[in-house]
Design a protein around this ligand. Sequence first.
Ligand code: FES
Length: 145
Amino acid sequence: MSEVIEYSEKVMDHFTNPRNVGEIENASGVGTVGNAKCGDIMRIYLDIDDNEVIKDVKFKTFGCGAAVATSSIATEMIMGKTVQDALKLTNKAVQEALGGLPAVKIHCSLLAEEAVHAALWDYAQKKGIVIEGLKPPVNDIEERE
Ligand code: FES
């Protein structure tokens, strides 16, 4: 029997009215990650200028409400930031910004963190640069705290 999951108002807001949905043509970096267990997939597009500032962010998420909400707020949190600052986005920060997530939905916020990292990785690959502290993307995000 599945239990009722309660979401914060902020989660519901970003789920019902997600920000920055879509694609960026010729994006500086694109990152796609998924979770094999729930089957949810998240893709983040970054437009990064010559000063390494993120000028635009878009996302496409095929997943649960929490995945939509976390990707939506993650795009807001890295918009206008430098690559280095975007790299510091953690799933914990995403959860806090959303006013918390139910324990069974923690992995959804991990998808957001990992999708941003994967997009930054793609950007670095395309530019032939190394972003300090950035690890290669993982394609399957496992459940972890
Ligand atoms: Fe898997 Fe939310 S249930 S991303």
